[in-house]
Design a protein. Sequence first.
Length: 598
Amino acid sequence: MQSRTRFIALGLACVALAACSHKDKNAPLAFVPADTPYAAANLAVLDDDTRQALLAQADLQLPSQVAQMEAFAVRLQADDPDAARLVRVFAAEFKGKTIEGFAQANGLDLKGRFVFYGEGMAPVLRIELADPKAFEGFVGRLEAAYGKKLDSATIGTQGYRRQVFPASGTELVLAVVGRQMVAALLPANAATPLLRQTLGLDRPAKSLQDDGRLAALVQNKGYAKWLVGQLDLTRALPLVVSGSDPLIAAIEKAHAGAESAHTGEPVANLLKSSPSCIPEAGRIAARVPSLSFGYTRLDAKHQDGRFDVALADDISKAFSGLKVELPGLGNGANVAPFDLSLALPVTVLRTFWSAQADAVAAKPFTCPMLVDLNDSFAKLGESLPKTALPPFGNLLGVRLALDTLSADKTSSLPNFTGRIVLGSSDPAGLLATGQMMVPALARLKPAPNAAPVALPPDVTGMLGEPAWLATGDKALALGIGAGENAKLAGTLRDPSGEPGQLARMHLSGAMYLDWLKFMEMKSDSLAAAAAEMSKSDEPTITGETTPADEAAQAAADAARSKAQFAAMEAQAQRVDSIDAELHVDDSGIVITSQTTLK
């Protein structure tokens, strides 16, 4: 028996060693500390067909991004001409190119791996390169445009570039390490151990690749390996609130120095902390321990994602079994081109937030960065009893279903036809309140689950459309526009939410385009009004922007806006539908989205 046990143990050890041997010691994740507060990475690369489809989509948006960079350069010109020139050259690198063309010209590997993570709270980006020399050439062109080179430095045999930002107490570090680009925002004059680990000269005692935290999310949440991310608030919040993180400490010291110069208050006083900060930050993080996200499906026709918010057990239990009787919230409802259902169970929400306010009142925060929460929760606790008053106290949720949408230059709101549903545990009381507020409705006598009644001309005249009202056991439904009366009965019979379900949304590609056209029209109107207001014969005060500067900025902003809407509309042309849903399960909040392309 002893020999057999040894044999099994030896076999398991061989399997473990074989698994470890398959790990790439130079993979980006191998440089990430296992206890990093945040990380986002691809654990696998996309197949060629999907990559090309996504690149084609990104290329549609590229002109808009270039226009935004050019507008930003105009905005910088007066205060920082060197930075403006740098932004222009960066934009020029993309102009007239595809994303793939830009990547090939500058040495980036579109089939490579990447990770964005924190050395403590200091952000670090690692990207695999196809041609390190080409990337160095790209950086050199940016330096030439900026008018001066970044400072060069070495640590051991590794060279790197750095740019110090005294106002924030930070520095940008940029290096090519092997076949990877490393960019990081560190404290100015970062300590040698932090700099060495950031550049990968020293490895973490245990890496995120060894830890497998992101791989576990793939397994537990159903994320695909192409993009997985997590923010661990139990690690991040104590570092931020206590100021114990080197980057946060450097930023706070720089800000304290500036405030001290202005007010005369000693820097030491401004930087005083409290030993309560770390445990109180942990107290908050225990309520919302982490956030995570990832794609669940990604191919030429689908872009599905999931976002998770972990919650403390008592929060999850308060909502995971809650069934909200709002028609249309449930799956399988007959959806309109734009259809949004949102659960607002006021009674349950009032009970939950009252408990949170009572908890803060019983144990107030003492950390200087958190003491404002005491007042916020006190005000919340005082206002919550007011939400018990009907009809608001009986509210269950709201649904907006639009069948048509069109822009109108003469109105601040679009023209539309559709239905509005108000869920309530007392629909009759809700109607009675409405009749008190709008006397013209007093003559309406709709019967529950009966045919809808037409609204009087006094009301429809304001709406500009015919309208009808219908009532159900748990809701009132208002139909606006020709033919909507025929849809009200079915709308009130649509499925209500499943346990834990709190929101659902559907948007067709055609309605998406209608929304964009309306937004573009309003954007043009606002831009025209702003241009008219900027016209003035008043003399320019020294140091202020000149009329020529303002005209250039307005022209750049207009070009940016036009390019942005053009890109969005081109993308919308490819969308068949967008769906999203939010529910609470035993672990916390789950938000899913599904985008289907034509």
